[in-house]
Design a protein around this ligand. Structure first.
Ligand code: NAD
Length: 314
């Protein structure tokens, strides 16, 4: 049984903790947050308000970092220097130099590190990558990705509204789509971007030029309470793969329309997709790497560096 600790019991921990609690081969033994009230809903798990004290008292196989972005690198390094494997929320850091620092520390201490870029584990996005890799619908011609919300008001100490600690829309929101693009298709050859950045709102439209196709992506924190919206549309030679209100749909050029969410239950067809929780998927993947001593191949440091370089240029 792998022993797990988690630090940062804020918003996103609400997606990680239930996933850990479901696992049979790992036990979440302790959590840590400087705000004790954030941990009240987990009375059965040991609680700390001081990270160093938690590391001192506990013996973890894995630490899950759900802290504000600017703390990721230093906390990951501190844990790995104690021989603990680390899974860390995105982004790995706002600084490219931290990628090498983190991976060097992992290597030196013979532990594993993975940044939890959740779209790499999200079935709809995985479906697009599989279609691209297999050529099932011919060549990819274009793509459009959307990720919008209102300006964040919920973060501890308002760290999300502080560019130095969070990196605003590029590093907090747009990173999801760009990271997926770099993972699925490699780094773009050219980036053209437009940004409207005011103190209380931040909008980006970027066009990424790949070999033979391009992808346009827009991300925003609007000043008004715009509902969270994330979707995509990828145009292949013989089909469009899109997410909309109906879920994941393939519009084939021969006239067929396949709703992958409708066929999901009980269908044994080739493109039947099971329902899945991407936050659980990323945790299960990392646990498997640690337990069976497999390399963490799904997230590579060179990809993370390429993403940071582009985000800095937006
Ligand atoms: N993958 C996703 O879909 C997704 C979604 C949201 C957030 N995130 C990422 O997760 C991270 C956390 O975001 P959030 O929305 O949960 O933020 P949050 O502000 O809601 O939570 C952060 C928590 O860390 C605690 N904290 C701060 N300093 C601490 C310290 N020194 N020791 C212990 N606890 C400390 C705070 O009290 C707070 O509860 C960010 O890096 C963000 O980019 C990812």
């Amino acid at each position: 049984m792998l022993k797990v600790g988690l630090v940062g019991v804020g918003g996103i921990s609400g997606a990680h903790i239930p996933a850990w609690l479901e696992l049979e081969d790992a036990e979440l033994v302790a959590i840590c947050d400087i705000r004790p009230e954030m941990m009240e809903k987990y009375p059965d798990i040991r609680q700390y308000t001081d990270f160093d004290e938690m590391l001192e008292n506990e013996e973890f196989d894995i630490l899950d970092i759900c802290l504000p972005t600017y703390l990721h690198a230093d906390f990951a390094i501190k844990a790995m220097e104690k021989g603990i494997n680390v899974i860390c929320e995105k982004p790995i850091s706002l600084n490219r130099e931290d990628v090498k620092r983190i991976y060097d520390t992992a290597e030196k201490n013979n532990v594993k590190f993975m940044v939890a870029q959740v779209l790499r584990f999200w079935r709809e996005y995985e479906f697009v990558k599989e279609a691209y890799d297999s050529g099932r619908y011919g060549k990819l011609l274009s793509g459009n990705m959307v990720r919008l919300s209102g300006y964040p008001t919920w973060s501890w100490d308002n760290w999300m509204r502080d560019e130095k600690r969070c990196g605003l829309v590029p590093f907090d929101l747009h990173i999801h789509d760009l990271d997926f693009l770099v993972y699925a298709f490699g780094a773009p050859k050219k980036t053209t971007s437009f940004r409207s950045k005011l103190p209380e709102q931040d909008y980006i439209r970027a066009v990424y030029d790949f070999d033979g196709f391009f992808v346009s992506a827009e991300s925003s924190w609007y000043a008004s309470p715009y509902p969270f919206t994330a979707n995509f549309r990828f145009q292949f030679e013989n089909a469009i793969i899109a997410t909309d209100k109906c879920g994941l749909v393939v519009y084939e050029s021969n006239g067929n329309i396949i709703n992958l969410d409708e066929v999901a239950e009980g269908d044994t067809g080739e493109i039947n997709l099971p329902k899945s929780d991407a936050y659980a998927n990323e945790i299960i993947y990392f646990v498997d790497c640690v337990k069976n001593n497999r390399p963490v191949e799904k997230v590579k440091p060179a990809e993370l560096e390429a993403v940071i370089d582009i985000l800095k240029s937006l």
